[in-house]
Design a protein around this ligand. Structure first.
Ligand SMILES: *[C@@H]1O[C@H](CO)[C@@H](O)[C@H](O)[C@H]1NC(C)=O
Ligand SMILES: *[C@@H]1O[C@H](CO)[C@@H](O)[C@H](O)[C@H]1NC(C)=O
Ligand SMILES: *[C@@H]1O[C@H](CO)[C@@H](O)[C@H](O)[C@H]1NC(C)=O
Ligand SMILES: *[C@@H]1O[C@H](CO)[C@@H](O)[C@H](O)[C@H]1NC(C)=O
Ligand SMILES: *[C@@H]1O[C@H](CO)[C@@H](O)[C@H](O)[C@H]1NC(C)=O
Ligand SMILES: *[C@@H]1O[C@H](CO)[C@@H](O)[C@H](O)[C@H]1NC(C)=O
Ligand SMILES: *[C@@H]1O[C@H](CO)[C@@H](O)[C@H](O)[C@H]1NC(C)=O
Ligand SMILES: *[C@@H]1O[C@H](CO)[C@@H](O)[C@H](O)[C@H]1NC(C)=O
Ligand SMILES: *[C@@H]1O[C@H](CO)[C@@H](O)[C@H](O)[C@H]1NC(C)=O
Ligand SMILES: *[C@@H]1O[C@H](CO)[C@@H](O)[C@H](O)[C@H]1NC(C)=O
Length: 415
């Protein structure tokens, strides 16, 4: 099974279109079928780190690391079992891979080679547009609403695949994708590859993981507003309207302004009393749900694995520091403005028998970090993102790579 997949993937990566089903049927060495635990979760392990995944959305469901006192913390949101991912009606995209086009698409439409395409809408419904004014994360049945197939699973790594049919949610052509997660020495790496097999199509993926570096066990606050955040290459961001659709303008994050996380690390909650933050994440919304650009070419050629993180998140309480390395040129951060205490914590998180904190996720209780490309680049030709967002059979595949590196930093005082 695993050898099959590897040979298939090699062919796919070299740009040759192969039939995945055909490669699966090749006769090779018998491999044990990957097995989940009793909750339907697939576990992998590294040094000082363990993680669980579920086929639904190829989602990370648990990520365990020790804090500065040696106590294990589960630092991502999720559900206790694989079955519940499909049953949950709120669908906050916990830990999944949004696809085939992550984030928002203006007016649920785009043009490709003079032809217009209409995608299924699923956000911001109005009386005239009951389904919504735009498409979020690939539509109402986007990739993170579907079960992926586990195609390889070892003690340190797991690979999921999905075949997204021609016309699904309105997108042109079939897309075959492989998502590989690997744990190392306090590291979580992922590689996402997607190949259009029949038609030219937009593709943009991400990992939509929600973090609370205290595992909701902080007995003074359940919020992430005291987490320190740093985007060293992000002096600019994508301007949006009041439903978070890009206007096409790129704007400056002036030093000291609410969206300035580049000039120095700063607490996520630092600007919450600043009136400028009102409406920053859309109509009547105070907080963040913004797309920062990652500008690093001006410093000369770089190796994304070695030359500095694009984002850093730290908690002084747990001492856990997360450095995000990635080859992507934008970074979305969402401060869980929409959470309201209606999602339960997992049994691996939170405080027990503490009347001050119910076992639910409060508003601002988490932060989503998304490595991706420029939001809605398919509707902004002047940004010239085609080579990063439009793919065709026989051409280069879509590839996203990231390395999430954890450490203990006891000097990470809130700023
Ligand atoms: C499955 O997970 C959900 C949400 O985390 C939880 O409410 C439910 O009790 C769990 N079911 C079982 C059988 O463990
Ligand atoms: C996904 O798989 C789970 C079992 O692991 C199953 O309960 C659920 O119905 C499946 N969901 C979909 C959308 O196929
Ligand atoms: C919005 O999408 C509709 C349906 O595809 C299309 O008719 C209309 O021209 C689009 N509007 C804009 C402003 O792009
Ligand atoms: C898998 O990883 C765990 C945790 O590091 C370790 O205890 C176990 O021995 C490993 N199993 C194999 C088969 O390598
Ligand atoms: C893991 O990394 C730490 C420091 O980065 C190093 O001291 C340690 O030897 C590494 N462990 C292994 C098993 O490679
Ligand atoms: C939080 O926990 C620490 C360590 O257990 C304890 O010293 C402190 O009093 C607790 N604070 C509150 C507000 O409960
Ligand atoms: C959070 O940060 C604020 C501002 O720096 C500080 O006043 C407060 O004590 C911090 N709270 C916790 C729980 O660390
Ligand atoms: C703005 O948000 C607040 C708090 O969520 C809510 O109470 C209020 O009704 C909202 N106002 C409007 C005009 O939607
Ligand atoms: C909390 O948010 C969910 C999802 O948006 C919504 O269904 C629910 O009604 C909200 N609950 C409250 C108490 O506002
Ligand atoms: C620890 O955090 C502080 C404050 O953000 C930072 O200056 C320092 O470089 C960090 N140390 C390491 C080793 O990452």
């Amino acid at each position: 099974m695993r050898l099959d997949w590897l040979s298939g993937a090699t062919l796919l990566l070299s740009g040759v279109c192969v039939n995945v089903a055909a490669s699966r049927s090749q006769k090779t060495v018998e491999k044990p079928v990957p097995k989940p635990d009793k909750d339907g979760k697939y576990w992998i392990h590294g040094q000082g780190i363990s993680a669980a995944f579920v086929p639904y959305g190829a989602s990370v469901s648990n990520l365990l690391i020790k804090d500065q006192y040696g106590i294990q913390r589960d630092v991502v949101t999720g559900f206790d079992n694989a079955t519940y991912y499909t049953l949950d009606r709120q669908h906050p995209h916990f830990g999944g891979v949004p696809g085939r086009y992550a984030n928002r698409i203006k007016n649920s439409s785009f043009e490709l080679d003079g032809q217009s395409y209409q995608i299924t809408a699923n956000e911001n419904p109005t009386p005239e547009h009951p389904a919504g004014l735009d498409t979020l994360h690939g539509g109402p049945d986007g990739w993170d609403w579907r079960n992926f197939t586990v195609v390889a699973h070892s003690n340190t790594s797991i690979t999921f695949s999905i075949v997204d049919p021609d016309g699904k949610e309105g997108f042109p052509g079939e897309v075959v994708s492989f998502i590989t997660y690997t744990l190392g020495n306090m590291t979580w790496d992922f590689k996402m590859v997607a190949i259009p097999t029949t038609k030219k199509t937009p593709i943009m993926l991400s990992s939509h993981t929600y973090w609370n570096l205290d595992g909701f066990a902080n007995n003074e606050t359940q919020s992430v507003l005291n987490h320190t955040f740093y985007l060293p290459y992000s002096g600019q961001r994508v301007a949006v309207d009041n439903i978070l659709i890009p206007t096409g303008d790129i704007v400056a994050n002036k030093e000291g302004s609410v969206n300035d996380f580049w000039s120095a690390p700063k607490q996520i909650g630092r600007s919450f009393s600043d009136p400028e933050l009102e409406g920053n994440c859309g109509f009547n919304c105070t907080g963040y749900d913004n797309c920062w650009l990652v500008n690093r070419d001006q410093d000369g050629p770089y190796d994304w694995r070695l030359d500095g993180f694009v984002a850093r998140l730290q908690s002084a309480w747990s001492g856990i520091q997360l450095d995000v390395y990635s080859d992507q040129e934008a970074f979305q951060m969402y401060s869980c403005n929409g959470q309201n205490g209606s999602m339960a914590l997992k049994k691996t998180q939170g405080l027990f028998d503490n009347p001050k904190f119910p076992r639910t996720i409060p508003q601002y209780g988490c932060v989503v970090l998304e490595v991706e490309d420029w939001v809605d680049g398919i509707n902004q030709p002047e940004w010239q993102r085609s080579s990063k967002q439009i793919f065709e059979p026989g051409g280069d595949p879509y590839v996203l790579q990231a390395s999430y590196r954890f450490s203990i930093n006891s000097t990470a005082t809130p700023l």
